[in-house]
Design a protein around this ligand. Sequence first.
Ligand SMILES: *Cc1c(COP(=O)(O)O)cnc(C)c1O
Length: 406
Amino acid sequence: MTSPSNSLRLELDSQISSPDSLLAAQAQLMSVAVRPPRIMVRGSGSYLWDHEGTRYLDFVQGWAVNALGHAPPEIAAALQAQAQTLISASPAFHNAPQLAFARELTRAAGLAQVHFTNSGAEANEAALKLARKWGRLHRGGAHQVITTLGSFHGRTLAMMAASGKPGWDALFPPVMPGFVKVPYGDAAAVEAQIGPETVAVMIEPIQGEAGVVVPPDGYLRELRRLCDERELLLICDEVQTGMGRTGTLFAFEREGVKPDILTLGKGLGGGVPISAVLAGERASCFVPGDQGGTYNGNPLMVAVARRVFELVSRAEFLAAVCARGRYLEQRLAPLCTEHGLGLRGRGLLWALVLREPSAEAIAVRCFASGLLINAPRPNLLRLMPSLRVSEAEIDELVSVLERALA
Ligand SMILES: *Cc1c(COP(=O)(O)O)cnc(C)c1O
């Protein structure tokens, strides 16, 4: 690969006098994140380049979004073909990609219907609306949803209330009512909180933002049993774990159970903004007027998601995700033994558990060595590479990590 720096400098220079002054333009951006003084300009597969031509091995991939890696040719081709055909006709009309993908995705999930949305949080909002509506129709107005401590469901006001992220309840009061939180991985704790107002249980099959927290075997099966017994809906937020990330198309498949409502995002679009809420026959109770959005089911985005799905849902692709996941685990094991680290995860979603709160410092050191990894908690490093990551790229990760931990 040639460095993009020269042509990029020219390009930037023609717009603004220098990358430095371009960076000065951050004063006009609302301050919602602390970002390094770099401009990311190009990606290819597992690599990302900044404006100075520095190359990074990317184990963050847009936050577990780029299922096929950076700038995959298949997405470019799908975007181009659809952009030349129809970009948007409005959600008031049918479009061909949406009809075709609805059939394929619901069949793969074993659920009855789907509604396409734009972000994980929006898909979860739709899931919550379905649960409340279902409670009104079938459970005498029951509306309370049991969620878990440490969970992450998005940043809308309702999803911040649903999430169990420490400190979030104090940020934008008043907090939306209707949620009860219990420890994650503990089905008995869910059972203890079920009351007459309870309508649903909402969980991530593996907690992603909390640091890849894998629940005990049988957790989902036990929740499914409870929901059946107590007439509740089981909502699986697979925004992070879905679309092959954990080695099966959906993480719920591993326990042989099905949720009533499923949400997808992140990897669904392979980097473009699209998400989805799916529901089984019983829970799919929207009627016209209940839900919608200007970009919901946008043909340009759905055409991309359909192409991504066609690739990641293949048995060979998912088998390769599992194989690369095992390789990653094997290669990290000696490092963990040497430094006394914990390792947890599945498929290509992993976290290293440090003994000290040094994750941020290590992530910064890795960045300086050209490796992008994420520190979701002070003592956790998270790895969420492209689902096409190669063994050689995993070897490169391990060697940079070795130096950063030394
Ligand atoms: C990222 C994430 C969300 C929120 O998705 P956005 O697209 O950022 O709104 C919701 N749930 C889970 C499990 C996630 O990982």
